[in-house]
Design a protein around this ligand. Sequence first.
Ligand SMILES: C[S@@+](CC[C@H](N)C(=O)[O-])C[C@H]1O[C@@H](n2cnc3c(N)ncnc32)[C@H](O)[C@@H]1O
Length: 281
Amino acid sequence: MTGGARSEGAGTVETNTEGGPGPDAARRRGQPGEMVPNPARIYDYWLGGKDHYACDREVGEQVARTAPWAPAGARASRAYLREGVLWLAAQGIDQFLDIGSGLPTAGNVHQIAQHLNPAARVVYVDHDPVVLSHARVIVAPDPGVLVLEGDLRDPAAVLAQVREHPDVLDLTRPFALLLSAVLHFVPDDARPREIIRAFRAVMAPGSHLLVSHVVADDDEAGRATRVAAAAYSNAAQPFIPRTSAEITGFFDGFTLVPPGAHPLVQNGRPSTVLGGIGVVA
Ligand SMILES: C[S@@+](CC[C@H](N)C(=O)[O-])C[C@H]1O[C@@H](n2cnc3c(N)ncnc32)[C@H](O)[C@@H]1O
């Protein structure tokens, strides 16, 4: 097992000299990053974090006006990730691949897993320079942690990077693939089911897939959620809510762990986020 700071990937490490979130892809295109709403920062705003700008808060508020349950959904999703990682660690899973890992927050995946198993290891992957610059400073120095720049839409490239670090994540042994609140940023034309199949193909028996995803069925809440999703049109990424059936379909090739893909509960009420865990038999 390795310990200590590690962070790799094709991107440049970007430092934040202004005390706020670092520059993002928009800045690389010549726009100031703080002018373009960013999914990780909007989520951070809903979680009650401090790494967001006015433009992120604006989109967060705009979404919440149409879909007032959205911030609670974000909290439900994060709570599910926490409970899921604890459950997985209790099942003996000691290596995690967390793609779309987001801005570091209270209770990061490695801290949760290492609470039960100090030898647990986590590979964090994100494509957002804001997230990566924070993760490289805040979580990469911890033992058993590797931070990689990678894009979920290119599973072969992510897996190629992971293979370079068998001491952190050994693909010949069971691991947990965490796709928490990220698949709804992957449009259909990027073929999300094929992406999951590519990961499934290398997952040893006993490996698990955790998914949480904003749901929009053909009901009043679902219609409002689709309208609210349009607020992301000016953000760095579109937002694609899906039906329960579409989200359940992501578990093809996995055996769903009871209770299956189900609405997550926040403050005693079902949220518009579906969560589930599947296992490779
Ligand atoms: C809403 S946050 C979720 C953070 C964390 N997984 C959680 O559940 O708390 C979504 C994250 O997914 C990342 N993301 C979106 N699309 C991605 C992609 N194609 N590849 C890698 N990361 C992606 C964003 O940059 C953001 O950090």
